[in-house]
Design a protein around this ligand. Structure first.
Ligand code: ZN
Ligand code: ZN
Length: 375
């Protein structure tokens, strides 16, 4: 299947039109005509090799929304015309304990899970290409059903930002009436506020930006605390049952540990690099857990999509054309526009002159791995 997209050949390249041939759906696989793809901050890191693991060519995008265009033999869950989504994964071993539990994101098979782009999480030299493309093929277990109440342009950010904050709420068993803290009110945080309210929690938002206060209250937060104001922070001492920390860069943890009740968990989902030293004393005296969490399994991802439909939860988005993508990357890199998710309208890729005139740069074909069937 001839597929067009936008990608890079190296870390200092600008995103530009590429073309490749992807294998038609095999047995158990589904082909999707992409209508929208969200831009995640991690796309920017991956393209620029900030984590040192990028395989080039790199064609990003793991917030995919589209319509089924073909199905392989034996596919039962989907038919042509269904609205569907693909998140951060397209394959896993399906047989290890985490996969059997529906936690494919922690697959301990030989390649771990296969990322929607950039190949398997445990690299084996193969590469996959993501959703900044006209079409994508994945095995049916990794394709999400889109409920009627969720608009196609809203799907993508739920599949990355949404599941990333929802999974820790489930794992640490956030209960109705408990108090959830959310630190950093950007792409992840604004979903965490809405999802925490849907689960019946009292939600306290922590931000450095007083000008965001009204918008944060509109999202449903019960209270906004300005994290640079010591008096406000001290008034919240030992008040939280769970805290989801979405700040994507290194920062002091001690002020947040002080907010935690006994037996609570402070969960890091944004910063993968480093933290300054923090004092273990309060952790010991109050049995507080400092933990991390990575996206979520497919079953939970379907659950969060369905919850968004039920509670009318939407990400804040801004639609863009494919030609605006390099400008958006520059803005994101400088820390701007973090209060909403950019979503690419893929019709603008189909209408692009490089696609119409067949002038895109040819890149090697992707390899999405074998389809191993769950026993
Ligand atoms: Zn993402
Ligand atoms: Zn597995």
């Amino acid at each position: 299947m001839k597929t067009f997209g936008f990608g890079v050949q190296s870390a200092d390249d600008k995103l530009g039109p590429i073309v490749f041939d992807q294998q038609d759906p095999r047995s158990g696989e589904v082909a999707i005509k992409i209508t929208h793809c969200g831009i995640c901050h991690s796309d920017l890191h991956q393209v620029r090799d900030d984590w040192g693991n990028t395989q080039y060519p790199c064609v990003p995008g793991h917030e995919v929304s589209g319509v089924v265009s073909a199905v392989g033999e034996g596919v039962e869950k989907f038919k042509v015309g269904d609205r569907v989504g693909i998140g951060c994964m397209i394959n896993s071993c399906q047989v290890c304990d985490p996969c059997q539990r529906g936690e494919e994101n922690y697959c301990d098979g030989p390649k771990s899970f296969t990322l929607t782009y950039n190949g398997p999480a445990s690299p084996d030299g193969t590469n996959t290409y993501g959703g900044y493309t006209t079409d994508i093929v994945a095995r049916e277990e990794f394709v999400l059903r889109v409920p009627d109440a969720v608009a196609s342009e809203m799907v993508g950010p739920i599949l990355c930002a949404g599941i990333t904050v929802y999974s820790p709420m489930k794992h640490w068993n956030l209960q109705k009436g408990q108090t959830l803290g959310v630190v950093g009110i950007g792409g992840l945080g604004h979903m965490a506020i809405q999802l925490g309210k849907a689960l019946g929690a009292e939600v306290i938002a922590f931000t450095r930006s007083p000008e965001k206060k009204d918008d944060i209250l509109k999202l449903g937060a019960d209270k906004v605390v300005i994290s640079t104001d010591n008096a406000q922070m001290e008034s919240m001492a030992q008040s939280l049952n769970l805290l989801i920390n979405t700040i994507p860069v290194s920062h002091e943890l001690d002020p947040y540990i002080a907010l935690m009740r006994p037996n609570s968990a402070l969960v890091v989902v944004g910063n993968l690099v480093s933290f300054p030293e923090f004092s273990p004393g309060p952790l010991v005296f109050n049995r507080i857990t400092v933990a991390g969490s990575l996206i979520g399994g497919i079953r939970e991802t379907q659950e969060v999509l369905d919850l968004c439909a039920e509670y009318n939860i939407s990400p804040y988005i801004k639609m863009i054309g494919i030609d605006e993508i390099n400008d958006v990357y520059d803005t994101l890199a400088s820390g701007g526009d973090s209060e909403f998710r950019h979503v690419i309208d893929m019709e603008t890729l189909r209408a692009h002159k490089a696609v119409k005139n067949d002038e895109a740069t040819a890149i090697p074909n992707p390899d999405r791995g074998e389809v191993v069937t769950r026993k």
